[in-house]
Design a protein around this ligand. Structure first.
Ligand code: NAD
Ligand code: G3P
Length: 328
């Protein structure tokens, strides 16, 4: 007889949390989904929709939405899908000791901590895994194929989680490099802003490819300095997600950069938006962490200058292009 499947909860009902709940419920298994907004709870339970964050996707009847995180007490695993800057307070409300699968991509402002480090601080008894990779929520929710990195130090737990989340079109690859998986997802959001700027300013596809490649060099330098493994950074959660996010206006980060490249102000672009562009929050924290580790990240520095409106685009571009010539 097969071992019973893990009972799954999802904390955070934005686009990605809702798409993950839909994926986990695809075979009819019950999934509990916590939403901050009561209108999301009602829409999921009554109309089988999440019009606020994932419109036009009919949701499975086996998703049960709740506004009460305490209702997650009977779950065997919790997918944490809040914006990175809210992860600390959300995880603090989760039941102690339940396996946490972190799906948010970012670095905490103020502390410079990765999401696994934040979670370990507030829930020291909870095993931690990271799920990351090229995953536009609306594609995953429609059942289109992708592959992800599932990173966890405990190989037995990773295998159990993988068995619960894998679908024919949602394929986890296992890793024990939690830090590497997190750094890829956090850094690519900042680099996607840079590629969006290139698009918005009409700099051409050569410029975009150069930014992806030199940005990946920055991701690798920073990752190695933080103890990540190079092969993780070159995998789905690093290079895979970097290529996706740097290539499409379906990315909120790329779109933000495109607006900057077209001459709109960061303040206007970021005000009053309901959805999250994580790179805008990660960029200054990443810059500080890189400087502290004496890791050069000129593309990240350029993105920060544009987000802070510290210099016009032409000047930021000139500074990037005037850097001393060096070996690749
Ligand atoms: N959307 C995607 O395609 C995708 C894919 C992979 C990973 N992610 C990551 O998942 C995380 C969540 O992104 P998303 O796209 O699901 O969100 P979203 O932009 O669709 O929605 C915003 C989310 O923020 C929540 N929120 C707002 N204020 C909050 C508060 N004070 N406390 C707690 N939560 C609050 C909302 O309830 C909502 O769930 C991010 O770190 C993102 O990088 C997103
Ligand atoms: O829309 P973005 O830029 O937040 O990207 C979403 C996912 O992280 C893509 O894997």
């Amino acid at each position: 007889m097969n071992a019973p499947s893990l009972k799954a909860g999802v904390i955070g009902a934005g686009a990605w949390g809702t798409a993950l709940a839909q994926t986990l419920a695809a075979d009819g298994q019950h999934v509990r989904l916590w939403a901050l907004e009561s209108e999301v709870v009602d829409a999921v339970n009554k109309d089988r929709q999440n019009p606020l964050y994932l419109p036009n996707i009919p949701l499975s009847p086996s998703i049960e939405a709740t506004g009460d995180i305490a209702a997650m007490g009977d779950r065997d695993m919790l997918l944490i899908v809040s914006p990175a800057q809210h992860l600390r307070k959300v995880v603090a409300q989760a039941p102690a000791g339940t396996a946490l699968i972190l799906c948010s991509k970012g670095i905490e402002a103020g502390t410079g901590l990765l999401m696994s480090e934040v979670a370990a601080e507030v829930q020291p008894a909870s095993p931690i895994a990271v799920l990351s990779g090229p995953t536009f929520a609306h594609e995953v929710a429609r059942g289109l194929p992708t592959a992800i990195t599932l990173a966890c130090a405990d190989a037995d737990l990773a295998a159990k989680i993988a068995a619960r989340i894998a679908r024919p079109a949602f394929r986890p690859y296992l890793s024990d490099d939690v830090v590497g998986a997190e750094i890829g997802g956090a850094v690519k959001n900042v680099l996607a802003i840079a590629c969006g700027v290139a698009e918005g300013a009409g700099l051409g596809l050569n410029a975009r490819a150069s930014l992806i490649s030199r940005g990946f060099a920055e991701m690798t330098r920073f990752g190695l300095a933080r103890g990540a493994r190079a092969e993780t950074l070159a995998g789905l959660s690093g290079l895979g997600d970097l290529v996706l996010t740097c290539s499409s206006t379906n990315s909120r980060n790329f779109s933000l950069g495109k607006g900057l490249g077209e001459g709109q102000s960061a303040r206007d672009l970021l005000s009053n938006r309901r959805t999250v562009a994580e790179g805008a929050f990660t960029a200054p924290v990443l810059r500080e962490a890189a400087r502290a580790a004496q890791v050069e990240m000129p593309v990240v520095e350029a993105v920060c200058a544009l987000l802070e409106d510290a210099a016009p685009l032409a000047q930021v571009m000139d500074a990037l292009l005037a850097r001393p010539l060096r070996a690749e």
